[in-house]
Design a protein around this ligand. Structure first.
Ligand code: GLY
Length: 356
């Protein structure tokens, strides 16, 4: 089922489709592959049986696959060089297609390689995580890590297509579902009150056990929001930054805790900090604040013990989202409405962090 087209300057750059049935997913995937002379698959999983078994005899000889290192490790300079060599040795050229199958890190590296090899090879993404489906695969952000700094080097290159196959949700660990939900709640808080209220009402039927039918509707809503934001600010110079809601404190906490917490958990804590700051600035009411924190806490979020606020603040100021030593903080004006403020008093940020 076709969900949306991402258009930049009135030109469709990405088509986004969602599939519930094996048959239609594999049919479309094979049709797509048949348009290219050679296909290069980048994935972290040894290609799942279902994809291998369903590649037609006509397409199979054109495919070469490269197994990426796990998680963020696939975004290293070393791995980049290995992929470029793999493409070169196997004669990847302008008529080829690069396919990334995996989570957010796979979208990042696949997009990056596709944007630099021969100044650009067509690529498509098949996100296998909930976070990838609602966020990372859409909007063209690509990246590798450099000098231990996450996503320092990157480009914007949109995948030609994003194919979302919902069956991938069945085998996701709970921590991955939580990562996805943190981004879903982010969309709800920054721009979709109805979605917030829906999750508030249906939370028990959505997590930790997933309901694919309900989740499909939520995924579609989030994709439509993401497309809308990226179309307004493709280059991340203004409005798109609202997608960083919860990420400023979230990333700082992840670094402070030596990445012992997941990205999703970091963002959930980060959204609590942002909600507290919004309350302190009288942008939301106490009642709204309580509703927000109750929803976040219902994902089993425990208070953090003994955190060093000053150290977390240091990480926040080092984050690349701060400009001129100011933190671009996304705050709420309401449940479902947000704004960017780069002039928040540090004492208020400290109060936000103390609420954890
Ligand atoms: N994941 C945030 C963005 O695409 O801008």
């Amino acid at each position: 089922m076709h969900i949306s087209n991402l258009k930049i300057k009135n030109k469709v750059v990405t088509q986004i489709n969602i599939y519930e049935s094996d048959l239609t997913f594999h049919k479309h995937f094979n049709e797509l592959l048949s348009n290219y002379s050679s296909i290069f698959i980048l994935t972290q999983e040894s290609l799942s049986d279902s994809i291998i078994n369903n590649i037609t005899m006509k397409n199979a000889p054109k495919i070469k696959s490269f197994i990426l290192e796990d998680a963020e490790k696939c975004k290293s300079e070393k791995q980049l060089k290995e992929i470029l060599n793999f493409l070169l040795i196997n004669q990847c050229n302008k008529d080829s297609l690069i396919v990334g199958i995996g989570g957010g890190s796979v979208s990042d590296i696949t997009g990056f390689v596709s944007s630099i090899y021969m100044r650009g090879i067509k690529h498509i993404l098949i996100p296998t995580t909930l976070l990838g489906m609602v966020d990372a695969s859409i909007g063209g952000k690509t990246a590798i890590n450099y000098n231990n700094i996450r996503n320092l080097i990157g480009t914007i290159k949109h995948p030609d297509q994003v194919l979302i196959f919902l069956d991938y949700l069945d085998s996701l660990p709970k921590s991955e579902i939580l990562n996805g939900f943190s981004e879903i709640i982010k969309y709800a808080l920054i721009m979709d009150k109805e979605l917030f209220e829906y999750i508030e009402k249906n939370k028990k039927n959505l997590y930790p056990e997933i309901n694919k039918k309900k989740l499909k509707e939520i995924i579609i809503k989030c994709i439509i929001h993401k497309v809308d934001i990226v179309q307004q600010d493709e280059k991340d110079l203004g409005h798109r930054r609202i997608l960083n809601f919860g990420h400023t404190a979230g990333h700082a906490l992840e670094s402070y805790l030596n990445f012992q917490i997941s990205h999703g958990l970091g963002v959930l804590y980060g959204m609590k900090v942002a909600a507290k700051i919004s309350l302190e600035l009288n942008k939301i009411t106490k009642k709204q604040y309580i509703r927000i924190t109750n929803l976040i806490d219902s994902f089993n979020i425990q208070p953090l013990k003994k955190i060093n606020i000053d150290k977390i603040l240091d990480f926040m100021y080092y984050d690349k989202k701060s400009s001129h030593n100011k933190i671009n903080y996304v705050i709420l004006n309401d449940i479902g409405a947000s704004t960017i403020n780069n002039n928040i008093d540090v004492e208020i940020i400290k109060k936000g962090l103390s609420s954890l």
